[in-house]
Design a protein around this ligand. Sequence first.
Ligand SMILES: Cc1cc2nc3c(=O)[nH]c(=O)nc-3n(C[C@H](O)[C@H](O)[C@H](O)COP(=O)(O)O)c2cc1C
Length: 336
Amino acid sequence: MLLRNRLTEKFGIDYPIVLAPMDYVSDWRLANAVADAGGLGILGGGYGDSIWLKEQFAHDPNERLGVGFITWSMAQQPGLLDMVIAHRPSNVFLSFSDPAPHAPAVLDAGIPLICQVHNIEQARRAIHVGASVICAQGGEGGGHGMGVRSTFTLVPEIADLLRTTAPEVMLLAAGGIGDGRGLAASLALGADGAVVGTRFATAAEAALRDSAQQRALEASGDHTIRQQAFDVVRRKAWPSQYTGRVLRNAFIDRWHGNESDLSMDLDEQRRAFEEAVEGEDYGLANVIVGEVIGLIDSVNTAASIIAEMVGTASSILGRISPNAVLIDATTPKARS
Ligand SMILES: Cc1cc2nc3c(=O)[nH]c(=O)nc-3n(C[C@H](O)[C@H](O)[C@H](O)COP(=O)(O)O)c2cc1C
């Protein structure tokens, strides 16, 4: 089959489509729905909630799901990674901060390590620590990242790096991939597969409120913004180099760029924010999506999302004759 490759072989999946480990949104329902439809399901371990994770594991009897972490937060909880390793996930996916302190435990257990990176230096680091798979995330993606590189250039640059220095390491593209065109583009750029966040956050099985999904579906990519104000009000201590892409709203209009004023009035603003979350008032509450939201206009099952992606990508790639390759991808630029 056209879309079978070394990634699908390694993880025993049908299609090179990977569910992004979205904090709480990627719960056992969504992860299993993606896995049942032939993709790789990864639980959103996020900031690290051991009770939540144990509940998820109860719904993963065949140990086919992976677990993703916001690494700096997981690192603050001794024993959490060991608890996850003991469950034997199909992979551990580390994002946001240096994977080096945690890689040995994952690798010693024989579990494939996926590292999400945002630039070339981090890709080199991921190779160095022994990642089996690198996920190259561009700034158009939903949620946190560094936001300085686009998927369209980051992926082929890392593909070149891997081909010349670590050809055994596989590559995933993340950021802006929401349909078969994006999947075909990811493969054409040199990735072995695609990590899909926003598109699956709007899936029927996603652990996201209906009202938040409906709000998101009304937006175009223009309505998203990278920001830190929501982390300030949620008291999430993100390292300063990370920003998060969300839907723009009245809260962002007021506080983006004025985070120090927000910090001065934090108790009051936090109360209002929590009320808004509870009351599903998305004028104030955050909805985490990437630019690709502009391509999505309905809630669909994970299976139908994957079917569309696979069908369209196969059709696009099938139309590209081998003689139509535009660049000689065998001679990447020499780099120091
Ligand atoms: C709702 C949401 C929550 C996310 N939470 C996490 C997370 O907890 N850990 C993580 O590594 N990445 C997280 N991400 C980022 C994804 O891993 C991925 O890089 C991104 O979604 C890809 O871009 P896309 O949204 O355009 O598909 C999140 C993304 C979204 C949309």
